[in-house]
Design a protein around this ligand. Structure first.
Ligand code: IPE
Ligand code: IPE
Ligand code: MG
Length: 248
C-alpha cells in the first residue's frame, strides 16, 4: 500500500517543558526580496514573527527564550536599514512588554547598551521593570550583542570586581556575563538555512544542541518551533562524558 501523507500520521508529541531555547532569527532580507518589499518591511515581518514565536514558546512551556535581534557586526549595514531596525525595536518593546506582563513573563535584554542611545536604553529599563515579576518565561532579546564582546566585558567586570586575574575561573566569567541569571541554552535554532553561530552565545552555547531550519524567520511560527524543540529532544547530550547525564 502506498504511504499516504499526513492524514494518517500521528501528530508530533509535545516537547518536554522547561527547555532553554535560543534563536538566531535570520532571513528577513531574503523574505523582503522574495515578497518585493523593502528591507524595513522585512524586519517588520520579523518582529511580527517574534510575537508569534514568543506566544508559542509560552504555550510550549519554554522557560527561557533568547533571541538574536541585532549583532555587534550588524553596524556594517546600510544606515537606513539600521535606523529602521532601531525604530522597529522601540515599537516592538512598547508593544510586547505589556503583553509579557499579562502573560506573567519577564522581558530582558543582553548586549552593549550605552551606544544604542538614551531612548532605547530607557525603553529597555522600562520593559525590564514592568515585567520583573514574571515567572512563566524569560524572553531575552540580544540587541547590539556579540558573544566575543560579552566575554571581554565579563572578564573586565570580574577584574573590576576585584578578582585576581591570575585565578579567574569559568564560574567567575559566567557570573559576569550580561545576564548571569539565565542558564546555558539547551538548543540554539537558526532559521533561513545558514549553519553558523555569527557570534551568538559564544560562551553559553558551548554544549548547546543546534537545530537548523530552512524557513525564513518571518515565516517561522508555532509549528516550526514545535518541530525544532522535538528535534532537540531526540538528541543525546553527553557533555563530554559517556552518558547523557545532564550537568548544569
Ligand atoms: C536577520 O535577517 C535580521 C538581522 C540580522 C537584523 P537578515 O537581515 O540577516 O536577513 P538575510 O540574511 O539578509 O536574509
Ligand atoms: C545574525 O545574522 C544576527 C542576527 C540574526 C541578529 P546575520 O545575518 O547578521 O549573520 P551573517 O552575517 O549571515 O553571519
Ligand atoms: Mg542574515
Amino acid at each position: 500500500m502506498p504511504h499516504s501523507a499526513s492524514a494518517t500520521e500521528p501528530p508530533l508529541a509535545d516537547p518536554p517543558r522547561g527547555i532553554r531555547a535560543a534563536i538566531i532569527m535570520d532571513g528577513n532580507g531574503r523574505w523582503a526580496t522574495a515578497h518585493g518589499v523593502n528591507i524595513t518591511d522585512g524586519h517588520r515581518a520579523g518582529g511580527d514573527a517574534l510575537h508569534d514565536v514568543t506566544e508559542a514558546a509560552l504555550d510550549l512551556g519554554v522557560s527561557e527564550l533568547t533571541v538574536y535581534g541585532f549583532s555587534t557586526e550588524n553596524w556594517r549595514r546600510d544606515p537606513d536599514e539600521i535606523a529602521g531596525i532601531m525604530q522597529l525595536f522601540i515599537e516592538l518593546v512598547d508593544r510586547e512588554a505589556p503583553i509579557m506582563l499579562e502573560r506573567g513573563a519577564r522581558m530582558t535584554f543582553m548586549g552593549r547598551r550605552e551606544v544604542l542611545g538614551e531612548e532605547i536604553c530607557e525603553r529597555m529599563r522600562w520593559a525590564e521593570e514592568l515585567t520583573a515579576g514574571g515567572t512563566n518565561m524569560t524572553l531575552c532579546i540580544a540587541f547590539n550583542y556579540g558573544g566575543r564582546a560579552e566575554i571581554i566585558d565579563a572578564v573586565r567586570a570580574a577584574v573590576a570586581a576585584g578578582i585576581d586575574p591570575a585565578v579567574i575561573d569559568e564560574d567567575d566569567v559566567s557570573r559576569h556575563l550580561y545576564r548571569p541569571e539565565l542558564g546555558a541554552p539547551d538548543v540554539i535554532i537558526r532559521t533561513a538555512g545558514e549553519q553558523r553561530t555569527s557570534n551568538f552565545l559564544v560562551w553559553q552555547g558551548a554544549y548547546a544542541e543546534f537545530v537548523f531550519a530552512d524557513t525564513l524567520w518571518p515565516d517561522f511560527g508555532k509549528p516550526e518551533l514545535h518541530a525544532a524543540l522535538v528535534e532537540y529532544a531526540r538528541r543525546e547530550r553527553r557533555f563530554g562524558g559517556r552518558t547523557s547525564e545532564v550537568v548544569s
